[in-house]
Ligand binder design. Structure first.
Ligand code: ADP
Ligand code: MG
Length: 725
C-alpha cells in the first residue's frame, strides 16, 4: 500500500498500533502531522570543536560550554574517595577526551557502548593529569553514518522534543529522524503550497516543500533560517489577514450614526478651558471628529501615557454625541474611577446644559432604577459607570457613543457586549498602558489608532529614585518637609493585611504605627481595596480637599485617580509590583505645578544593585535579562519616563504571551513566530496581508483561493465577522 500525506501514521514502517497510539496522543495522527513535527533544536558543525582545539582554548582560559563529537573508547566505574564516579573516554580525529558523572551513575552505566558516537556539550576543564574533561555534560547519541556525514559534509543534525511517552516506546531522536526522513521521501511531493505564488516571490520566501525538508534536514544554517522565516511569515500573514478582513468588514458597515459636528456648545466648552490642548490632543480629536461624522461606525483606540490628557478628548466626543441628542456611555474599570470621572465631568459642565448620570454596582437600587429608566427612555445624557453599564438591566435605547477607559482592564468580550447592545454606536477605547507596536498590530489590529504622545506643557518630569528600606526614616523626613510646604504624598504598599509568610509591609499596620509616631502631627488617611466604594470615595474626597497630607494606600489608586496637588509617591516593596503597574502608580503624581518625586523602596540588597542610570537594555543577553528581571524592572523605571519605552521593556522581560490581553483576544497562539523577536517579519506580513485584503476582500481571485481555503480550514473559529465564512 502506498503512503500518502493523509495516511494514518501506523501504516509507516516500524510504527505499530502501540506507537501509533502514543504518537497520536501528541498530535501526530497522519503522515502530514509527522512532517510538521519540527525539530526543537539543531546541532550545527560550525559550532563544534575538535578535542585539540578545545584543549588549547581551555588552557588559555576559555570558560564556557563547548560542543564536541566523539566515539566511545571505553567506560568504567571508578572508586574515588568514598563515592564512585562513572567515566567514559572518547576519541575524535584529533585526540581524546573524557566525560565523568558523580551522580546518577546507575542511569549512565551501560549506556555508553564502545564504538557509539555522541555529541557532548558542557564546560570543559583540564584535569591534573592533563586530560580534557566534561563533567555531567548534555549528550546526544548519533548514528555512526550521521556523525561521519556530519563531520565530512557539515550537515546539520535535528533534535526533537522527546517526551517521556516517546522514550517509553523507544522513539528517540535517532528513530524519529529515520521515520521522518522516510516520510519526507515518500510524501513530500504531495505537499501543496499554502501561500499564493505572488506572495512567495515578492517576499523571496522558500516554498513550502523546501521549507519542510530543510526544517528537518537543513543543508546549511542559511537555508534553515529561510525555512524559519517562511513559517513565521506565513503564520503572521494568516493572522493579519484575519485582522484585515475584520477591519474591512467593519469599514463596509454603513449603519452608524453621522453626527453633526458644528455645535456651538462644543466651541463654547473649548473656549472655557483654562489650558490649550496639545498638538497630539488636537490631532486625536481631529481623527475622532472625522470618525463621528462618518456613517461607518467609529472603532478607535486612543493610546496615551498616564497624564497625557485623554479624558478631555473623551469629554469632547461625549459632548458631540449628547448635543446630537444621543446617549453616550463612558465606562471605567473601577467604581472609584467612575465616580471620579463623574465628578470631574459634572464640575467641568456646570455651565452647560448637559446631564451626567452615574451608574455603579454599589448604588442603591432606587438610584439605579432611576438611571435605568432614563436609559430606556432614550434620554440623551452622559452615562458614566462601571460594567454596571453592560449588565442585564441596563438598556440604552438611543446609544450613540461608547467610550471605554483603561481598556486593557476589560476583556474583549465585555467590550463587545456593550457594543452589540445597541445598533452600531461609535466606539472609542482608551488605554494608558502603552501597547507595544507589535501588539497594536495584532490584538488591536482591527481598530484605528490615535496616539497622544505629548504631555501638556506645564508638566515637570517626575524624578524617580531607587532607595533601600533602611533609608525609610530619611524618606519620612523628606515627606514631612514637603508637607510643611503644603504638598501631599502617597505611601503605597502591596497588600492589605499582614502576611507573615511574605513579610510584606501592609498598608494598614504601617498606617497605624506611623500615624501614632513620626506622622503624629500630620493628617494621615488610609485607603485600601477592602473598603466599600463610598468609604473609598470619602477618603479620596478628603485627600483631594487637602484634609489629609499623607495617604496610605494599596494599589487601589493605581488607575486614573487625579489629585494634582499630590507630588510625592513612596512605593514600598517596589520589587513586588509589575513594571506597568509601577508606571501607572507613578502617573498619579506630577500632575500639578510642583516637581514630582517617586521613591521606589526595596530591600537593601536590591537597592545597591543599581545599573548605570542610562543603562541600555538592548546590550544585555537573554540570560542576563532573565537573571536580573527584578532589578532591570526597577532600573528601567528610574531611567525611563516614556510609558511606550517601558512597555517594550516589559514585553521583553515577560514575553508577549500573557500580557495585554493576547490570551483573551481570541487570536490563536503563535506556533513559530514570536512577537518580541520577529517584529520585522510581522511588519512585512502585515503590509502584505492588508494590501491583499484591500484588493480582494472577499478572496474571490483565483490566486487567493488558497488563502480562503486555509482560513476556512485552520481559522474557522475566527471567521465569524468576515464575508468568506
Ligand atoms: P489621562 O490621559 O491620564 O487620563 P487626564 O485626562 O486625567 O490624563 O489629564 C491629566 C490632567 O491634565 C488633568 O488634570 C487635566 O485637566 C490636565 N490636562 C489635560 N490636558 C491638558 C493640557 N493640554 N494642558 C494642561 N493640562 C491638561
Ligand atoms: Mg484617564
Amino acid at each position: 500500500m502506498s503512503i500518502t500525506l493523509n495516511s494514518q501514521i501506523q501504516y509507516l514502517k516500524s510504527i505499530g498500533p502501540k506507537r501509533a497510539e502514543i504518537l497520536s496522543s501528541i498530535g501526530i495522527q497522519t503522515v502530514h502531522n509527522l512532517l510538521y513535527y519540527f525539530p526543537s533544536r539543531y546541532l550545527d558543525r560550525t559550532t563544534i570543536l575538535n578535542s585539540s582545539k578545545t584543549f588549547k582554548l581551555v588552557a588559555s582560559g576559555y570558560n564556557s560550554d563547548i560542543t564536541i563529537i566523539g566515539k566511545v573508547v571505553e567506560s568504567e566505574e571508578i572508586r574515588y574517595g568514598k563515592t564512585n564516579i562513572y567515566k567514559v573516554s572518547f576519541k575524535d580525529d584529533k585526540g581524546f577526551f573524557e566525560c565523568v558523572w558523580f551522580k546518577g551513575i546507575k542511569y549512565f552505566r551501560n549506556r555508553f557502548k564502545e564504538g557509539d558516537y555522541y555529541a557532548i556539550s558542557a564546560k570543559p576543564v583540564i584535569t591534573k593529569y592533563g586530560h580534557l574533561q566534561f563533567a555531567h555534560p548534555d549528550f546526544d547519541k548519533l548514528a555512526s553514518e550521521e556523525s561521519l556525514d556530519f563531520l565530512n559534509t557539515g550537515k546539520i543534525i535535528p533534535f526533537y522534543k522527546i517526551s517521556a511517552q516517546l522514550k517509553n516506546i523507544n522513539l528517540g531522536d535517532l528513530s524519529l529522524r529515520r521515520l521522518i526522513s522516510s516520510a519526507v521521501e515518500q510524501c513530500i511531493d504531495d505537499i501543496s503550497e499554502t501561500l499564493p505564488q505572488e506572495i512567495i516571490s515578492a517576499n523571496n520566501l522558500l516554498n513550502l516543500k523546501s521549507t519542510i525538508i530543510n526544517k528537518h534536514f537543513p543543508e546549511s544554517s542559511g537555508i534553515l533560517d529561510r525555512a524559519n522565516y517562511r513559517l513565521k511569515f506565513e503564520e503572521f500573514f494568516y493572522i493579519e489577514s484575519l485582522i484585515a478582513l475584520k477591519k474591512k468588514t467593519n469599514k463596509t458597515r454603513k449603519n452608524g450614526i453621522s453626527f453633526k459636528l458644528d455645535i456651538p456648545l462644543v466651541k463654547q466648552f473649548l473656549n472655557s478651558l483654562e489650558f490649550e490642548l496639545t498638538n497630539a490632543q488636537l490631532k486625536t480629536l481631529h481623527d475622532i471628529r472625522l470618525d463621528m461624522e462618518n456613517k461607518v461606525p467609529m472603532n478607535r483606540l486612543i493610546q496615551g501615557d498616564v497624564g497625557s490628557g485623554k479624558t478631555i478628548v473623551a469629554l469632547i466626543a461625549l459632548l458631540i454625541a449628547v448635543s446630537n441628542n444621543k446617549q453616550a456611555a463612558f465606562m471605567a474599570p473601577t467604581e472609584i474611577l467612575a465616580i471620579q470621572h463623574f465628578h470631574n465631568l459634572q464640575a467641568m459642565l456646570t455651565d452647560f446644559p448637559i446631564t451626567v448620570q452615574l451608574l455603579i454596582g454599589g448604588q442603591k437600587l432606587k438610584e439605579k432604577n432611576l438611571v435605568y429608566d432614563k436609559m430606556k427612555s432614550g434620554f440623551p445624557a452622559i452615562y458614566v459607570g462601571t460594567h454596571a453599564l453592560i449588565e442585564e438591566k441596563a438598556n440604552f435605547s438611543n446609544l450613540g457613543l461608547v467610550i471605554i477607559d483603561e481598556q486593557h482592564r476589560f476583556g474583549v468580550a465585555q467590550r463587545s457586549k456593550l457594543i452589540t447592545k445597541s445598533l452600531s454606536p461609535d466606539v472609542l477605547v482608551m488605554t494608558a498602558t502603552p501597547i507595544p507596536r507589535t501588539l497594536t498590530m495584532t490584538v488591536y489590529g482591527d481598530l484605528d489608532v490615535s496616539i497622544i504622545d505629548e504631555m501638556p506643557k506645564n508638566r515637570i518630569p517626575i524624578k524617580t529614585f531607587l532607595r533601600s528600606d533602611k533609608n525609610l526614616d530619611k524618606i519620612y523626613k523628606f515627606i514631612i518637609e514637603s508637607v510643611k510646604k503644603g504638598q501631599q504624598a502617597f505611601i503605597v504598599y502591596p497588600l492589605v493585611e499582614d502576611s507573615d509568610k511574605l513579610d510584606l509591609k501592609a498598608a494598614e499596620s504601617y498606617f497605624e504605627e506611623l500615624n501614632s509616631s513620626i506622622f503624629r502631627d500630620y493628617n494621615v488617611g488610609l485607603i485600601h481595596g477592602k473598603m466599600k466604594w463610598d468609604e473609598k470615595k470619602e477618603v479620596m474626597d478628603k485627600f483631594a480637599k487637602k484634609e489629609f497630607d499623607i495617604l496610605f494606600s494599596t494599589t487601589v489608586i493605581e488607575v486614573g485617580i487625579d489629585i494634582p496637588n499630590a507630588n510625592i509617591m513612596v512605593i514600598n516593596d517596589a520589587h513586588r509590583f509589575g513594571l506597568s503597574q509601577l508606571h501607572q502608580l507613578r502617573g498619579r503624581i506630577g500632575r500639578g505645578a510642583e516637581q514630582g518625586f517617586c521613591i521606589l523602596v526595596t530591600s537593601d540588597e536590591l537597592s545597591k544593585r543599581q545599573f548605570d542610570a542610562t543603562f541600555n537594555f538592548d546590550y544585555l543577553s537573554d540570560a542576563q535579562i532573565q537573571k536580573n528581571k527584578t532589578i532591570i524592572r526597577l532600573n528601567a523605571l528610574v531611567a525611563h519616563k516614556s510609558g511606550f519605552r517601558l512597555a517594550e521593556i516589559d514585553m521583553k522581560l515577560r514575553g508577549p504571551g500573557d500580557i495585554y490581553g493576547l490570551k483573551q483576544s481570541g487570536l490563536p497562539d503563535f506556533k513559530y513566530a514570536n512577537l518580541v523577536e520577529d517584529q520585522d517579519i510581522l511588519f512585512k506580513a502585515k503590509n502584505t496581508a492588508f494590501e491583499l485584503i484591500e484588493d480582494d476582500h472577499n478572496l474571490i481571485k483565483e490566486d487567493n483561493n488558497v488563502i480562503k481555503e486555509n482560513l476556512k480550514k485552520f481559522y474557522k473559529d475566527n471567521l465569524h465577522f468576515s464575508n468568506i465564512a
